[in-house]
Each structure stands twice: as structure tokens, then as C-alpha cells.
Design a protein around this ligand. Structure first.
Ligand code: KIV
Length: 281
């Protein structure tokens, strides 16, 4: 059996200065591919709202939708450490509700941990979830659930004061017991500095090479998201074009009756066929 990646493995990678890898996945086939590629962590991100459900932002995705997709990802995962992203308003209302919703990711969807966005403003929720025995990944910098409050999808911590605020939040989340922190859209120098100050791993997205690991969104890596591509995304292939070519070929072949061929069809014996025709005379 393939051994699962553990929090200790991630911590070991930080100690040994070996980069940690994380990708998002939202369904069974995607999870199988991420797992087979040897990625350390699979995040069922609330980016699901945009990449899979077609919403304009991540705000509207619900607990039930996140759990539904998390269950499929868990079925396709043997090795990667699983992170379920807590949706907007599933952890802000009260500490009790936050613990209850975090617990659902583990009990109902087989996740290994949860991720939530924010620093000092979510301290109580993070401490509660950690105290309940649930591993928590933090998320600082550009926090998409509250992007409107931040003035849009903008790079964060660009002033000395904002960088200090970010460092304080990162240290606080570490003190709360988070096992890792995502740093999104943060200047590389700031992210590197924070990564060096923390004893827990940082996972960067648009935060430069100095983080302890990197994360990208499944559909961005594969060129499958058609709306926009942030500067920090590297598209490793263009499956959109390849998929369109395949679908158009299928459409043409069906319309021209060149698919299916005999190779894709089934046969009845001549004897059975004759019997059938006789019985229908
Ligand atoms: O939801 C998501 O995909 C994320 C990553 C971008 C870190 O939070």
C-alpha cells in the first residue's frame, strides 16, 4: 500500500529545504492524476466555485458543495495529504460553528485537514478547530473570499506596514497550531522573509520561489479555465485546445457517419439474427 504523506513529512521537507508541492483537485479523475503525479498535498479549493461551478468568485460555494467534491477527491487519493477548503461563512459566525463545519470535512468527506482564510480575525476559530484535533492550514495575503474588502484581486503586503501586519498574522497562525500557511499574491522578498521566520511550512501562490512549497489551481495548470489567468499562473499545457480539437473531431465524425466503425460495434451471430428475422415475419 502507498504510504500517505503526513504532516511530519511536510515538516521534514521544510527542515531539509526540499520544496513541497500542492495542487487543487475537485473530482475523482482529477484527484487520481494529482496523486499519481506524486504531488504532496491535494487541496479541494473553494476555487471550485469558479473553475467547476462557473461562479464569478468563491463566495457563493456552500458547505454541501465542498463536501460533495471533497468526497470524490478522497475516493481518488491514495498518497497525497488532503486539505478541504472551508467556504466563506462556514467559520466566521462562531467558534462552535467553525469546529462543527471543520469536523464535517473529516467525518463526512475523508479529508485529512482543513484550510481557512485570514489572520488575527479568525484566531478564535483556528484555536478551536486545532483544539478539536483537526489540522488547520492558514491562508494569508490575497484572501479571495474577502477580496472585495481588500479592494479586488490585488497583490498584498506591498508597504512596510502591510508586510509587518502579514508577518504578525503568520506568526500568530503558527502559534495557534496551524501546520502550514498558504501565502497568496505577496511580494517574493516578503514571502521569503516570512518563510524563514516560521518553523512551519509556507505554500506560495504568486509569492515567489522562497516559500517552502508551491500551489497552483488544477484548471490553470492545464489551461482549462477560460475567464482569466493571473500573472502568477504557469500554464503547463493547453488542454482547452486539445479538448476542443477532440470534441470537434467527434462531432464531425458523427455527422459524417465515420464514427462508430465496426471496431466500436457489437455483433450478433448469423444464426441468431436469422432466427430473429424469421420470428418477426
Ligand atoms: O481555493 C483555492 O484554490 C486556493 C488556492 C489558490 C490556494 O485557496
Amino acid at each position: 500500500m502507498t504510504p500517505k504523506v503526513s504532516i511530519l513529512d511536510l515538516q521534514q521537507k521544510k527542515t531539509n529545504q526540499q520544496p513541497i508541492t500542492m495542487l487543487t483537485a475537485y473530482d475523482y479523475p482529477g484527484a487520481v492524476l494529482v496523486d499519481e503525479a506524486g504531488i504532496d498535498l491535494t487541496l479541494v479549493g473553494d476555487s471550485l466555485a469558479m473553475t467547476v461551478l462557473g461562479h464569478p468568485n468563491t463566495v457563493s460555494v456552500t458547505m454541501d458543495e465542498m463536501l460533495h467534491h471533497s468526497r470524490a477527491v478522497a475516493r481518488g487519493t491514495k498518497r497525497a495529504f488532503l486539505v478541504g477548503d472551508m467556504p466563506f461563512m462556514s467559520y466566521q459566525v462562531s467558534r462552535t460553528e467553525a469546529i462543527h463545519n471543520a469536523g464535517r470535512f473529516l467525518k463526512e468527506a475523508n479529508m485529512d485537514s482543513v484550510k481557512l482564510e485570514g489572520g488575527r480575525e479568525v484566531e478564535d476559530a483556528v484555536r478551536g478547530i486545532v483544539a478539536a484535533g483537526i489540522p488547520v492550514m492558514g491562508h494569508l495575503g490575497l484572501t479571495p473570499q474577502t477580496a472585495t474588502k481588500l479592494g479586488g484581486f490585488k497583490v498584498q503586503a506591498k508597504t512596510a506596514a502591510a508586510a509587518k501586519h502579514l508577518l504578525e498574522d503568520a506568526l500568530l497562525l503558527q502559534d495557534c497550531g496551524c501546520f502550514a500557511i498558504v501565502l497568496e499574491a505577496v511580494p517574493a522578498t516578503v514571502a521569503t522573509y516570512i518563510s524563514q521566520k516560521l518553523t512551519i511550512p509556507t505554500i506560495g501562490i504568486g509569492a515567489g520561489v522562497g516559500c517552502d512549497g508551491q500551489v497552483l489551481v488544477f484548471h490553470d495548470v492545464l489551461g482549462l479555465y477560460d475567464r482569466f489567468t493571473p500573472k502568477f499562473v504557469k500554464q503547463y499545457t493547453n488542454l482547452r485546445e486539445a479538448t476542443l480539437t477532440a470534441f470537434r473531431s467527434y462531432r464531425d465524425e458523427v455527422e459524417q457517419r465515420t464514427f462508430p466503425t465496426e471496431a466500436h460495434s457489437f455483433k450478433i451471430t448469423e444464426e441468431e439474427w436469422n432466427q430473429f428475422l424469421t420470428s418477426n415475419k
